[in-house]
Ligand binder design. Structure first.
Ligand SMILES: [Zn+2]
Ligand SMILES: [Zn+2]
Ligand SMILES: [Zn+2]
Length: 361
């Protein structure tokens, strides 16, 4: 994630903020620029809706996304657009019942994670067609609550990503994490995993990469439900650490792809944050020089995956050590083995459309 600053008063800004703490200007995210901008009010449109301009300047004008009224979004809509909702919020098929204060709060947490996901997809230049415009290839989200004994399963099917809003409750989520023996469970992690399933359909199945996928991840035609049953019965490879980024990734090639895709997004976005802060890791121990790294590149840019992975290891060792100093769990409780690095390189290639150059080389 980029580091943003107010163009009016130079205060530093975080992606989710609605108002600058320095000058109290309203803030809005401009998707085309991938920047959070401080805003000046510039009147109203013909329907009486307030218009804003990014400071300094008076053009172009924007409106707030309609979900700002619920503290669920700080993205902007161009004033000439007919849409009430921003690009990210337009993908919502179903949101929770907002007459419930609890559900409204959970939805706000969900949107914070979803907007971070959307940021990454836009920065990577991935197509995000909306299911409202493209019923076959499009994407949409539904955020649902358990009803009586009807349990909502978080998952992806045919471009619809479903999130059980209980995942936005930290106690519920921690209970699930602990009972399923997972080292890491977050809302953002759910989004990054489920979007991996969506892009498997788009980039692997429809993108002509099935053979290469199967050579790295295995044959996905193996019965999915049977594979998950086997996994939950405790039948998974004991040496999963050598080939899979997580134990769950060993359940089925689709889950392996989604888990590895999530890690690709974890790595690229966290490295961008490190880059934005100019992080440099220089261990004081002479023998630990393999843990040295200077993160002087933007990982969303045209950077070889080797450079990204070389910087990632030292960064995670350093930040995990910082977390342990605070008595916190590791920031990145994973150790991807060589088999995983190969899969990450495949995902990097298909996400960035690098396969064409590779074939030509
Ligand atoms: Zn300011
Ligand atoms: Zn919005
Ligand atoms: Zn999955």
């Amino acid at each position: 994630m980029r580091l943003f600053e107010c163009h009016a008063c130079s205060h530093w800004l975080s992606f989710e903020e609605m108002q600058c703490a320095g000058c109290q200007r309203e803030l809005g995210y401009v998707t085309d620029e991938a920047h959070l901008r401080s805003l000046d009010a510039v009147g109203q449109d013909v329907d009486g809706r307030p218009l804003y301009a990014a400071h300094p300047g008076s053009e172009p004008a924007f409106r707030f996304c309609a979900n700002r009224a619920y503290n669920a979004c700080n993205w902007l809509v161009p004033s000439e657009s007919a849409e009430e909702l921003c690009l990210s919020c337009r993908t919502n098929l179903t949101i929770p019942d907002l007459s419930s204060q609890l559900f409204a709060e959970r939805w706000q947490h969900i949107e914070i994670a979803k907007h971070r996901l959307m940021y990454s997809l836009l920065r990577l230049g991935l197509a995000i067609p909306n299911k409202a415009d493209d019923s076959i290839g499009g994407l949409s989200f539904q955020f649902l609550a358990d009803m009586n004994d009807m349990r909502v399963m978080t998952g992806h099917e045919d471009g619809i990503i479903t999130i059980n809003i209980a995942e936005a409750d930290s106690v519920e989520r921690e209970r699930a994490r602990s009972s399923m023996h997972e080292p890491y469970r977050t809302l953002l992690g759910h989004f990054r995993h489920e979007i991996g399933h969506y892009y498997w359909d788009r980039l692997v199945r429809d993108g002509g990469h099935l053979d290469e996928f199967r050579s790295l991840f295995g044959d996905e035609s193996f019965d999915y439900q049977a594979a998950l049953q086997q996994y939950y019965a405790g039948n998974y490879p004991q040496d999963w650490r050598e080939r899979f980024v997580s134990q769950y990734a060993s359940a089925h090639p689709w889950e392996d792809f989604a888990e590895t895709f999530a890690h690709f997004l974890h790595i690229v976005d966290t490295l961008e944050t490190a880059y934005a802060f100019g992080l440099r890791i220089r261990p004081k121990r002479a023998a630990q020089q393999e843990l040295a790294a200077t993160i002087d590149f933007n990982p969303y840019g045209d950077v070889p995956i080797e450079s990204i992975l070389e910087a990632w290891k030292p960064l995670t060792v350093a930040v995990n050590s910082l977390n342990r100093s605070m008595g916190q769990p590791d920031l990145y409780p994973f150790e991807p083995g060589p088999g995983v690095l190969e899969k990450l390189a495949f995902i990097d290639r298909i996400v960035r459309g690098r396969d064409v150059q590779l074939q030509a080389a």
